[in-house]
Ligand binder design. Structure first.
Ligand SMILES: Nc1nc2c(c(=O)[nH]1)N[C@H]1C(S)=C(S)[C@@H](COP(=O)(O)O)O[C@H]1N2
Ligand SMILES: [Mo]
Length: 165
């Protein structure tokens, strides 16, 4: 009688609302495609602002090459977004609204406090202000990140992240 019990437990966990990614109630501002185990729409993981706000995040003030003086970015940690989507891969391909794309190793999410910034100086980032989200490296924590390698990965106007195994 062991196998049916295991199947029952598996079914219970699969049906548990806590394990699944909620459906967005507001406009979708981020889509994670590819290797995700918690899809909530057509095999992808989609997020609205409230869903991103609910994740563990970070707020940090820093200088960037793109902003005048110090600005404050805030948003969920990239690793928390990937966890919510059940991302299982080694590489991330960020695609922006303007056609720009950049590949980011998943280690940048796991070993750095990279955030998917949704707010700049407390205001929701619109497409005009590099939103709806931007990958922000912790330039305030480590000055060694302040170079072209990480600037090129600092994708703004993010449309989609593809998780590649
Ligand atoms: N959406 C988007 N993000 C982007 C880019 C872009 O063109 N579009 N350029 C990248 C590159 S290559 C660099 S070096 C930095 C700075 O770009 P800039 O010199 O054009 O300001 O932003 C990065 N993020
Ligand atoms: Mo660049």
């Amino acid at each position: 009688m062991k196998l049916p019990f295991v199947i029952l437990l598996t079914a219970l966990f699969a049906a548990s609302p806590a394990a699944a990614l909620d459906a967005p109630k507001g406009p979708v501002m981020l889509t994670i495609v590819g290797a995700v185990t918690e899809p909530n729409r057509d095999g992808s993981a989609v997020f609205d602002l409230a869903m991103l706000d609910a994740l563990n995040g970070r707020r940090a003030s820093m200088d960037t090459p793109w902003t005048p003086g110090e600005v404050e970015f805030s948003g969920p940690l990239l690793r928390e977004v990937l966890k919510a989507a059940g991302a299982e891969g080694r590489r991330l391909l960020f695609r922006a609204l303007n056609g720009y794309s950049a590949e980011v190793p998943i280690s940048d999410a796991l070993s750095l406090d990279t955030i998917l910034a949704t707010r700049l100086d407390g205001r929701v980032m619109t497409v005009r202000s590099r939103g709806p989200s931007m990958l922000v490296y912790p330039f305030d924590q480590d000055g060694a990140l302040f170079n072209e390698k990480y600037f090129a990965r600092s994708v703004w106007q993010i449309r989609q992240i593809e998780v590649i195994r």
